[in-house]
Design a protein around this ligand. Sequence first.
Ligand code: LHQ
Length: 261
Amino acid sequence: MTYNTILAELSQGVFTLTLNRPDKLNALNDAVAAEVQAALKSAERDETARCIVLTGAGKGFCAGQDLDALRNRPDELSFRQHLLKTYHPIAAKLRSIEKPVLCAINGAAAGAGLGLALACDIRYAAAGAKLRFAFSGIGLAPDTGASFFLPRLMGLSRALEFAYTNDPVTAEEALTLGLVNKVVPAEELQAAVRALAVRLAQAPTKALGLTKRAMNAALNFNIDQALDYEAHLQEVAGHTEDHREGVAAFLDKRPPKFKGK
Ligand code: LHQ
């Protein structure tokens, strides 16, 4: 499939989705949203895609909603309908795809763009990249999952401070706040993310997918519910080919060769 606003590439089991409007800091509009949705759907369905990487072309990761597209918006625009059609299905899909989803934050991430980054499983950021809440800067409330992810990652009070002040945080600050997993020199970012992605593409994908399902669910569970759900999911994992292969490889003292199922 050919895209106009994104790049999609599959190699070594890694599906890389690059937001590709570099002259706009990869700001989002309806066309980008539709293409990202389509690309994620194909990455989810493709059994040979065992890890997904989301990144941006050029110097920005994603500046959120393209504000130029809002300049002449009709008064009757429904923000709710816009979000339900565009960015919210993407954030939901990034959380529900049962494969590891990595984000390479190559530059500024703001608003809905920040939300998309936070919806990924693991984030590496380029040194010098900045993260900004942005919604409050234009008189809006959070969307694209920002209200869900920020307090969980950085704590309620820090999340509210980040939101109220709209002060950007640097990649280095984001690391200490728990918003990103690692900060890498800009010129090494894509290689660092790729190395992790290739490694995870050789992991027991089904087990990692069940792990993601378990942790997503446990965010809303008490301990008894979490234990019960773990027992249920282990019933599934315990009957995969990869589990048998993992045990056999351990006992044979050789590296496992996981197929992802
Ligand atoms: C931009 C943008 C942008 C267009 C920078 N659009 N041009 C919203 C509305 C409706 C419904 C639902 O959902 C949403 C969700 C949202 O995402 S709301 C939040 C929208 N995003 C923002 O408000 C972010 C505004 N931008 C910024 O805060 C900064 O530009 C960031 C932190 C992204 C980058 O800062 P810098 O690296 O210092 O770059 P800059 O500010 O100098 O921007 C570079 C250029 O990009 C500049 O244009 P110019 O012609 O002067 O070079 C900006 O105007 C343009 N730009 N963001 N979202």
